[in-house]
Design a protein. Sequence first.
Lengths: 148, 146
Amino acid sequence: MLPGNFNLQAFPRIVYSKDVVIVVPSTAQKGNLFFFAPDDIFNNSYIVGLKFNPQELSNKVDYPATDRTATEDDALTAAITLVEKSGTQRIKDMPVNAFNQHATNKYANKINKLAKYDINIVKSFITWCDASPTKNLYFYFTFYYLKK
Amino acid sequence: MYGVPNYHNIICVDALLTSNADGYVLQLNDNPIIRQPNVLITGVEIYTASQFTKTPAANTVITEAAAKGIVLTLQDDKNQYKVFEIPVLALNPAVNNGVSREFEPFRLVMQNSYLKVTDAAVVTANRSVYIAFNYIIDKAHKTTRK
């Protein structure tokens, strides 16, 4: 079997999941990088799936300084990079909407499995690809993971 | 589960079409990661402005309508066409029920692979085709380097 070929039989079967956000401030400019916050869970886990949630939650009280959740339209100029502890970029500049599973909006309409990434969450980030008038907002992701 | 992509590693390529003339061919640029002898391509997806409007290089991405006027050819290291002039839109999961195109792993030669404009009426010049390559590292590959 080829390395890293890890399959869940019927994704998304939630093994463990954790919701994570990235805050994009109103001052976001073209080329800015916005990093994930530290999270101990990911130090002892393999990431096996990722989902971008633009619509499930209209607001998240943990982030009162931000105005709202990022929508699919906000994500049109955002690309995500996931970096492993080894420093390898497992996903490089992938459109955030590629992880958006909403079937009705023609954005990506698919489920994504990841091949057991041992990611370094604080070195993983979103690239903001265009100057934008968007207000403070946060990108809301769900990581699926396996414990090591 | 058929069609559900299992992302091993993803690298995205920003291919800028500098012309929209019928028959215009854009060879893909060499890529230092894809060039490695132990990198095997397992899948490809293409995104349009419905998912992603600007690339990290600040190029504007082609629209869904434009994707109907472009085809993609991928060639391997044995000079075989793995994909010959497949419509770009057929590689966009958003309009293909979320299906991600997957291949038996192969070594891709970027410089022998190309995009071709087939319909100048729908394609605009200076737009990017944003291609995501899914690849694996073949650990069994023997390198001659010490």
